[in-house]
Design a protein around this ligand. Structure first.
Ligand SMILES: NC(=O)c1ccc[n+]([C@@H]2O[C@H](COP(=O)([O-])OP(=O)(O)OC[C@H]3O[C@@H](n4cnc5c(N)ncnc54)[C@H](OP(=O)(O)O)[C@@H]3O)[C@@H](O)[C@H]2O)c1
Length: 259
């Protein structure tokens, strides 16, 4: 358990908007040095300036996380700048709203590259540092649809299920090393996510919607007290439980909800 977070070092991917931006602010507010990473550098510059003017420390990395070489260079640079890497928040991600039959193979592959392979790459790059320190924390931002597939989100759900599988395996592989692995399962969150994704089927965001600041507070709590899974909307874990116990019932509920 990390008690004082002051002077710890975190990398947050996808920090130019939404949950990543809010998380970078929350971590910086707790005294953590944050490396903020995304493709839109000007947004990151603005965020870093705000963090610094509030008394925090931030470094900007205009990096496409699907570029493995750039991610590895970023990790090395962060480690040489601050001497350590305590937390990696793998948050960068994108959705797709389309039926499975209407999902193009290239779209699916692109989602896998960003939502799964980029997480794998960044995690592999930080682990040697964390193992050497005997302490570290990898936090992977999944989605509640990574617990139960929902209509029109087949490819996106599949990427988040893949993320869950590899994170759970890694968590056990790292037992005893001082390195924790956590999965965060947000429900619909008010961010640019739903504007950026291609939408060819299904409704827009509906049901309970949470704020990115709320998800960020949950992530900060998890940094303070690492735990395997975080459900920012507490009742949502029941969806995954219900799906195991009564999958047909959940199918019928989803059909009705998304009609
Ligand atoms: N919003 C929701 O309803 C919701 C629900 C459940 C889970 N999630 C998950 O939460 C995470 C964050 O989503 P969000 O809602 O905050 O979305 P968002 O507002 O669209 O932000 C996505 C972030 O990812 C970055 N990003 C996208 N492609 C990238 C790339 N190739 N390289 C580096 N950065 C990249 C974007 O920055 P640039 O464009 O500047 O690169 C942006 O900072 C995602 O993993 C998403 O799957 C979201």
């Amino acid at each position: 358990m990390l008690r004082s977070l002051a002077g710890r070092v975190a990398i947050v991917t996808g920090a130019s908007a939404g949950i990543g931006e809010a998380t970078a602010r929350a971590l910086a507010g707790a005294g953590i040095h944050v490396a903020v990473c995304a493709r839109r550098r000007e947004r990151l510059d603005r965020l870093a300036a705000q963090i610094v003017s509030a008394g925090g420390e931030a470094a900007v990395y205009g990096v496409d996380v699907t570029d493995a070489g750039a991610v590895s260079a970023m990790v090395d640079d962060v480690a040489s700048r601050w001497g350590r890497i305590d937390v990696l928040v793998n948050n960068a991600g994108r959705g797709l709203s389309a039926t499975v039959e209407d999902t193009k193979p290239d779209e699916f592959r692109a989602l896998l590259e960003l939502n799964v392979m980029a997480v794998f790459t960044a995690t592999r790059a930080v682990l040697p540092w964390m193992r050497r320190q005997g302490r570290g924390h990898v936090i992977n931002v999944s989605s509640i649809v990574g617990r139960r597939g929902v209509p029109y989100r087949g490819a996106y759900s599949a990427t988040k299920f893949a993320l869950g599988g590899f994170s759970e395996a890694l968590r056990v592989e790292l037992a005893g090393t001082g390195v924790s692995v956590s999965l965060v399962y947000p429900i619909g969150t008010a961010t640019e996510f739903h504007e950026v994704e291609a939408r060819r089927a299904g409704p827009g965001p509906h049901g309970p919607i949470q704020t990115s600041e709320h998800v960020a507070r949950c992530i900060l709590r998890c940094v303070r007290r690492p735990r395997p899974e975080v459900y920012p909307f507490r009742l949502s874990w029941m969806l995954s439980l219900a799906s195991v116990i009564a999958p047909r019932l959940v199918d019928a509920g989803l059909r009705r909800l998304l009609r």
